[in-house]
Design a protein around this ligand. Structure first.
Ligand code: GLN
Length: 511
């Protein structure tokens, strides 16, 4: 078996017992990226040199008998919304094409402390707004199972790189489904931790009350390993939970006894693709065969989740993205051109605007920088959010959405009094073709039906493979758990993975 086919947990063991060195492992992955990524395009940047240097340092320290961190020598890829000191962090936006953060995000600090090897930055939808990576300002990522299809998004590069064996682990973010949906589309395991579990310090904000960083991995066991390193209190993020982090990787293999899974009545049926539904129902049978009970429940307000999510998410985005004005951060319109155009317009006295109508140069600089720096989807969200927050509409949209958000959370609280976890689909359909939905934002937004409510409620949720469509495309199962019950979620997922082998399948045809 090729090295890159091993799981992170297996690789760590081989590193610890010195069957392989960190340099050898990093080289394997770099070669794999070289061979495969021209077609998948999961990476925006590969940090080959620094990864090899770090690996060599870790090998030397191991040789010297020093004690090493939790992930010593293991390559990890990062979604390109997570700040890395001195390295480019672009959010897949022209706006931040040249942005080099002056500091590391909290999760990057933690990964470095754990002696992980940061192997590169992965592609995403611009500012994490999207479901396919097609809104990336550079190029879309392809689904490793079928290169003509989307890998999901927004953490599509991160999911594709793990599925295509270009990194054993990657770090993504999930605001409305952006870890779980690409994990489902790429046939891997991805988890959105509870809001507050992982520090957002150094994560470039999209919607601050919804954003959460989490692991993308091949198995629940590997996700546990990575979450253990990412999670923990951080005073620099005021919403960070000041609670101890359980040793997820130590308990993940313990099956749960007397597990009761809730199945949401409204989730199986109308609007759900038949193949996804069949795979989810089969997964429930697997759980029953492992001793779990399945109980029907209702989340009556979930039908408002998409509308609520797109109001709150866009309002927060419009506020967070106001800082990109060409003056403080990132892209600035070309001023000599601007000046020349203004002069020409003034001279002609025509050309659209009258001289007296011209905006002051500063306002025009803001306007142009934003118009040229942002892509269409980001502009759509900013405009939607600005509108919903504006005088006269605030109560009808934003305030209303906050109230519905509370009802959605209440539904979950009630459900978790009756069941331990909720099981269901991640997405309404299998992965679709590149280009199929990108021109139709509403159709794209509807794909968040089963995922966005977990972010609104702040609970934890996980996606993992539970079958394949007749076209050989991965289908995902979602498990949702009460706040801070990541351990239960991971154990339930691992339990399923001991009884099935969907998570071991790998895309063919890339070699
Ligand atoms: N697809 C959702 C959106 O477009 C989710 C994005 C995310 O979780 N970052 O907003």
């Amino acid at each position: 078996m090729a090295l890159v086919e091993a799981t992170a947990t297996e690789l760590l063991q081989r590193l610890q017992t010195r069957q392989i060195s960190a340099v050898e492992l990093t080289q394997e992955y770099l070669q794999r990226i070289e061979r495969v990524d021209g077609r998948v395009r999961a990476f925006l940047q590969v940090e080959a040199q620094s990864a090899l240097e770090r690996s060599a340092r870790i090998d030397r320290r191991r040789q010297a008998g020093e004690s090493l961190g939790r992930l010593a020598g293991l390559p990890v890829a990062l979604k390109d919304v997570i700040c890395t000191e001195g390295g480019r962090t672009t959010c897949a936006s022209k706006m931040l094409a040249e942005f080099r953060p002056p500091y590391d995000a909290a999760v990057v600090e933690r990964l470095k402390q754990a002696d992980a090897i940061l192997i590169g930055k992965t592609n995403l939808d611009e500012f994490a707004m999207g479901s396919t990576t097609e809104t990336s300002a550079w190029a879309p990522t392809s689904n490793p199972w079928d290169l003509s299809r989307v890998p999901g998004g927004s953490s599509g590069g991160g999911a594709a790189c793990v599925a295509a064996r270009m990194a054993p682990l990657s770090v993504g973010t999930d605001t409305g489904g952006s870890i779980r949906q690409p994990a489902a589309f790429c046939g891997i395991t991805g988890m959105k931790p509870t809001y507050g579990r992982v520090s957002r310090y150094g994560l470039i904000a999209f919607a601050s009350s919804l954003d959460q960083i989490g692991p993308l991995a091949r198995t629940a066991e590997d996700a546990a390993l990575l979450l253990e390193v990412l999670a923990g209190h951080d005073p620099r993020d005021s919403t960070s939970a000041d609670l101890p982090v359980p040793a997820y990787s130590q308990t993940v293999a313990q099956p749960l006894e007397g597990l009761t899974l809730g199945v949401v009545r409204e989730h199986l049926g109308e609007g759900l693709d038949g193949e996804v539904e069949a795979a989810v129902r089969e997964a429930l049978r697997v759980y029953q065969s492992l001793g779990a009970r399945v109980k029907e429940i209702s989340l009556p307000h979930n039908r408002y989740a998409i509308a609520t999510y797109y109001v709150i998410g866009s309002c927060e985005a419009s506020s967070n993205l106001a800082r990109y004005d060409g003056a403080h951060y990132g892209y600035r319109t070309d001023e000599p051109t601007m000046r020349a155009e203004r002069a020409a317009q003034r001279q002609a006295g025509t050309g659209g605007k009258q001289t007296s109508d011209l905006d002051p140069p500063l306002v025009e600089m803001y306007r142009r920088s934003r118009a040229e720096g942002f892509g269409a989807e980001v502009k759509r969200r900013v405009m939607l959010g600005t509108y919903a927050l504006s005088h006269g509409y605030y109560d009808a949209y934003y305030l209303k959405a906050l109230k519905v958000r509370r009802l959605i959370r209440n539904d979950f609280d009630q459900a978790f009094q009756q069941v331990d976890l909720i099981a269901g689909p991640v997405t309404p359909t299998p992965p679709y073709r590149l280009g199929e939905k990108v021109e139709d934002p509403l159709a794209m937004y509807l794909g968040d039906l089963y995922t966005a409510s977990a972010n609104l409620a702040g609970i934890t949720a996980l996606a993992m493979p539970c079958g394949f469509s007749r076209h050989g495309l991965p289908l995902g199962l979602q498990l949702q758990g009460p706040p801070l019950e990541e351990e239960r979620l991971l154990r339930a997922a691992a339990m399923y993975q001991t009884a099935t082998d969907w998570h071991q399948r790998q895309p063919a045809g890339l070699d």
